[in-house]
Design a protein. Sequence first.
Length: 181
Amino acid sequence: MVRVAGGYVSSRAVAEEVAQDTWVAVIEQLDRFEGRSSLKTWIFRILTNQAKTRGVRERRTTPFSSLVTDREAEPAFPPDTFFDESHRWSGHWAQPVPAWELPEDHLLSDELGHVIQRAVDTLPPAQRLVVALRDGQDLSAGEVCAMLELSEANQRVLLHRGRAKVRAAVSEYVERLGAKV
């Protein structure tokens, strides 16, 4: 059985696993054997199906050890990228792989940035200046008051009104976007 399985998979160890899996499948499905063929033929049919499935699965995956090319003697990733043999998850990534940014997320982010910038640009000059300094430059209220010679109350009113108009523009954009989806 191991020799037959070896014709479909890459190593003897995997062929032995396939043979074991075949015996488990035979025991689990023995009540489904109908006798239309010999028991040996039925068992070897299960074996070949298991081996083919395992062989296809193996071809779809690439072991990290095969990422080393003939030209280089170093692995494709530094060894500390993976847990070592003493760790419970030996061979697995030591750090999670960062999430991929989807192109549409990037486009929406850029588009939203443009919506916000247009909304800020349409604000009256005093509101635009306060919003730009507070939210764009991360200045404190005291710094903005001193820079523009405004009272704290006036700065708060200008900031509140400016943010409210920007928020309304963003809400309108989100509603239009929701209608398209």
